[in-house]
Write a protein that binds this ligand. Structure first.
Ligand code: FA5
Ligand code: MG
Length: 437
């Protein structure tokens, strides 16, 4: 993993987000454009695709013993996001190139699992759902945006409360989950001693039943969402054959530091397997850190944006963030409608190439993405590293990026694009001390 030598030249001494002020330090890397996005709360807008999808799922689980949390603030501690979940100290997700830090001990959550500890701690029901915006430094293209949305689910059973009836209770909770007509491929047993081990503090039978409850719950969620998508496609007049075929999903083993065993589920949708959701049986350490004694349970985290793009026919993830009325007016609470593009504005590309100053220094791709985002924001459709090589004699590294400028909402002029490109060149040169080519 390459680490960047970049230190922004002008860093404020403090940053204020949602009324809270945080002192900055060597870790600070949140930019003003990212700070602005923390106030949007798309998942709370009932007439926005992300909010519509959230409501659809919540409605399905209403009355099944869950509390819904939708307004946890995006700033959490490094402890909550990583340590409380058992992330090792050298986990790549902690890098400054991947995570937005306010300072060493405070960051913008990278996943809704950051709230598992407090939910297990305070939730009045046995289960909960959290929906929230999450932040990750990433590449720029049609399916990646530095902010996206996750829905997290969690559920626990207390051994103390149920005593000898624990297994009977979980079994009856499994039977209470509404049945689905999914075709489920699950080649793997509830746990696999070698590849996906269970935890010692749970018996085989407990692990088996908690896993079954988890899988049936996620299957219900996926079934609800994708059946709804089929119904609205049919209502809109589509006669494509997949609309009459049963929905297929498959389970594969996965790994997360805070669950064991762990899985991911994929859905077969229009000819490809779509990664939807990670999940598993909660590790003892998370429950202990939450002050929950002698309990067992599960957790999952599902990404909402890519699913919403499919359901609503949205071709570019930036559209979720546009303030253009022509986007907003197409969506209403409770309805999955198909997006009608209002116009396609032409794109225009510019390349930027440079030599990294010395053999020892590296420039991480995500840092270039961040500079482009800071200058041009949503006027950039994608940035691609199109060429990288190392000079055979000097050993110096050269990189070339292609930036595609294209607005979702209007035409860009050549002058405007040249101006943005010039600003990006200046910043890349001054921040990374590179030699532009
Ligand atoms: C997680 O974030 C875990 N917190 C999920 C979890 C929760 C596991 C609880 C176990 C227990 P992951 O990074 O794989 O895992 O992301 C989960 C989902 O978020 C993915 O399946 C995907 O649907 C979505 N997702 C991940 N990265 C992006 C991205 N850059 N853009 C849009 N969606 C994304
Ligand atoms: Mg994953």
């Amino acid at each position: 993993l390459a680490t960047s030598a970049a230190t922004p030249k002008t860093k404020p001494t403090s940053i204020t987000i949602q009324g809270q002020t945080y002192p900055t330090d060597d870790w600070t890397n949140v930019t003003p454009s990212i700070q602005n996005l923390t106030s949007r709360s798309l998942h709370l807008n009932d007439n926005h695709p992300i909010g519509i999808l959230r409501n659809l799922i919540e409605d399905r689980f209403e009355g099944l013993g869950y509390t819904f949390y939708n307004d946890f603030k995006p700033v959490v501690s490094t402890y909550e996001n990583f340590d409380s979940l058992g992330f090792p100290s050298d986990h790549p997700g902690r890098a400054k190139t991947d995570t937005y830090y306010l300072n060493e001990t405070t960051l913008l959550r990278t996943h809704t699992s950051a709230h598992e500890k407090e939910c297990f701690e305070m939730c009045p029901t046995e289960g909960y759902f959290i929906s929230a915006d999450v932040y990750r430094k990433d590449e720029i293209d049609r399916t990646h945006y530095p902010v996206f949305h996750q829905m997290e689910g969690g559920r626990i059973w207390s051994r103390e409360k149920y005593g000898d009836d624990l297994l009977t209770k979980i079994q009856s909770d499994i039977e209470a989950i509404p049945k689905t007509d999914l075709i489920v491929e699950d080649a793997h047993p509830a746990f696999d001693v070698l590849k996906n081990p269970k935890q010692d503090f749970m018996t085989d039978k407990e692990t088996e039943l908690v896993s079954q409850h988890l899988k049936k719950t996620i299957e219900l969620l996926v079934f609800k969402v994708f059946e709804e998508a089929k119904i609205s496609a049919k209502l809109a007049g589509s006669t494509e054959p997949y609309l009459n075929e049963p929905l297929r999903v498959r389970w594969s083993p996965d790994y997360f530091p805070w669950t064991a065993p762990s899985w991911e589920i994929e859905v077969w949708w229009k000819g490809t397997w779509l990664e939807c959701c990670g999940c598993g049986v909660v590790r003892e350490q998370v429950l202990t850190n939450s002050g929950v004694k002698d309990s067992i349970g599960w957790a999952f985290g599902i990404g909402l944006d890519r699913i919403a793009m499919l359901l609503f026919g949205i071709p570019d993830i930036r559209l979720f963030w546009t303030l253009d009325q022509r986007f907003a007016e197409q969506f209403q609470k409770g309805k999955i409608s198909t997006f009608k593009p209002y116009s396609k504005y032409p794109g225009t590309v510019r390349d930027i190439a440079f030599w990294v100053p010395s053999v020892e220094e590296k420039v991480h791709m995500n840092e270039i993405m961040e500079v482009v985002r800071g200058v041009a924001g949503d006027l950039v459709e994608s940035v691609k590293l199109i060429d990288e090589f190392t000079h055979p004699k000097s050993g110096r590294n050269s990189q070339c990026y292609r930036i595609n400028y294209q607005s979702m909402d209007r035409n860009l002029t050549n002058e405007e694009v040249n101006e943005l490109q010039e600003q990006i060149r200046d910043l890349v040169k001054s921040e990374f001390n590179v030699e532009l080519r």
